[in-house]
Design a protein around this ligand. Structure first.
Ligand SMILES: Cc1ncc(COP(=O)(O)O)c(C=O)c1O
Length: 398
């Protein structure tokens, strides 16, 4: 679908690593080149035409993001450098001053490092307790979420879709449970927002984090969504230009209101504009259609995979665009190197969810992650190469 819009696809390459980052359509590249070529200026600082144009473009993207995730107000949208930055701001900008020693935070062993390590650091800093919701066949069940809730649980922080198996968590039901129990719900949307419609209001999400580069946009920019009343109480982690209203030498400081208060310094202007173009592009195709195309590709892969001997697939029953697999007896990195020989890009390793090995009992997997521009013909080529692995070790060792 829409392959002609992606200049990089003109190369002889089969790209199945879209959970790591996606390719960029020409429209996104053009929007950034246009900013650099035709109207470079800083944001929120000038009184001339180009600077005004930048301000309009920049703030229009905030509205686009707001509409894209169905937030209530532009004041709930903060531009960050990506999902990791957003999650760190949630933990150190909000939770650090709102949680106390002994308060519990529920996560799972399948979370990405960016949704584990900030919490573990906060545990060391102020004595919160990080607990893990037990997984049932690697997935989160409502029963286990309910069982894990105690009086002390103040936060549940989960990926909506994991980057290892691609399982989709029941966020709406968890949201209702959180509301009932006065628990804050933090959602890592790095692998969900790019792939299907996300409505923060309907899902009952308090904080959401995601990155533009996993949804056709540039690297270096992402989003922190937070309910306005929560963001009002979030402490900035950076102080400086752009976020202060006034300050004087006697130490009096007044900060701006949301969202500027949480965006210190010159922002990544070209990247924000690129993210806006990416959202326009995704919306033109339709998020539901994107989701269906990925599911379709996985179904096709699973059908054809029956022809391949020794293929172990860890998540065949999950309806998504992600396949975790190994060739039986072959180290996953070797499989990835072998596939690379045929210009097929997959990810091998633990996918930044290192503690999952305690649950899945494999240290490493290969991961295929589709996006809408992948095709059945590409899957056919992958199957052809996987069926014929007799020269695998020769290729890996060469
Ligand atoms: C589930 C999940 N959360 C968070 C991240 C971190 O995203 P970024 O590196 O863009 O900050 C990733 C990246 O792969 C991810 O898959």
């Amino acid at each position: 679908m829409n392959r002609e819009d992606f200049p990089i696809l003109k190369n002889n390459l089969i790209y199945f690593d879209n959970s790591a980052t996606t390719f960029k359509p020409q429209a996104v590249i053009d929007s950034m080149v246009d900013y650099y070529t035709n109207y470079t200026a800083n944001a929120h600082r000038g009184d001339y035409d180009n600077s005004l144009k930048v301000d309009i473009q920049y703030e229009e993207v905030r509205t686009k993001v707001k509409d894209f995730i169905h937030a209530k107000s532009e004041r709930e949208i903060i531009f960050t450098s990506g999902a990791t930055d957003s999650l760190n701001r949630i933990v150190f900008g909000y939770m650090k001053t709102h949680l106390k020693s002994g308060d519990e935070v529920l996560i799972t062993k399948a979370e990405h490092a960016s949704n584990v390590l900030p919490w573990l650091e906060l545990e060391k800093e102020i004595g919160i307790v990080v607990r893990y919701i037990p997984l049932e066949n690697h997935i989160v069940t409502m029963e286990n979420v309910e069982k894990s809730i105690t009086e002390k649980v103040k936060v549940i922080s989960l990926a909506q879709v994991t980057n290892v198996l691609g399982d989709v968590r029941p966020i709406q039901e968890i949201g209702k449970l959180c509301q009932k129990n006065h628990i804050l719900l933090v959602v890592d949307g790095a692998q969900s927002v790019p792939h299907f419609p996300v409505n923060v209001e309907e899902l009952g999400i308090d904080f959401l984090a995601f990155s533009a580069h996993k949804m056709l946009g540039p690297t270096g920019v992402g989003v922190l969504y937070g309910k306005e009343k929560l963001l009002e109480e979030m402490r900035p982690l950076e102080f400086g230009g752009g976020m202060n209203a006034t300050f004087s030498s006697n130490g009096e400081v007044e900060y701006k209101s949301l969202p500027s208060r949480l965006e210190a310094g010159t922002p990544p202007i070209a990247e924000v504009i690129g993210m806006g173009a990416a959202i326009d592009y995704l919306e033109k195709i339709g998020m539901e259609r994107i989701h269906q195309q990925e599911i379709e590709l996985k179904k096709y892969f699973l059908e054809r995979a029956k022809e391949v001997e020794n293929l172990v697939i860890y998540n065949p029953d999950l309806e998504n665009g992600l396949i975790a697999f190994n060739i039986d007896g072959v180290f996953s990195q070797d499989t990835a190197v072998y596939l690379n020989h045929y210009h097929i890009c997959v990810r091998a390793g633990n996918h930044c969810a290192k503690i999952l090995k305690e649950d899945l009992f494999v240290k490493n997997t290969c991961r295929i992650s589709f996006y809408f521009y992948n095709t059945k013909e590409e899957v056919d080529e992958l199957i052809r190469v996987l069926k014929n692995t007799k020269d695998l070790f020769q290729i890996v060792l060469s």
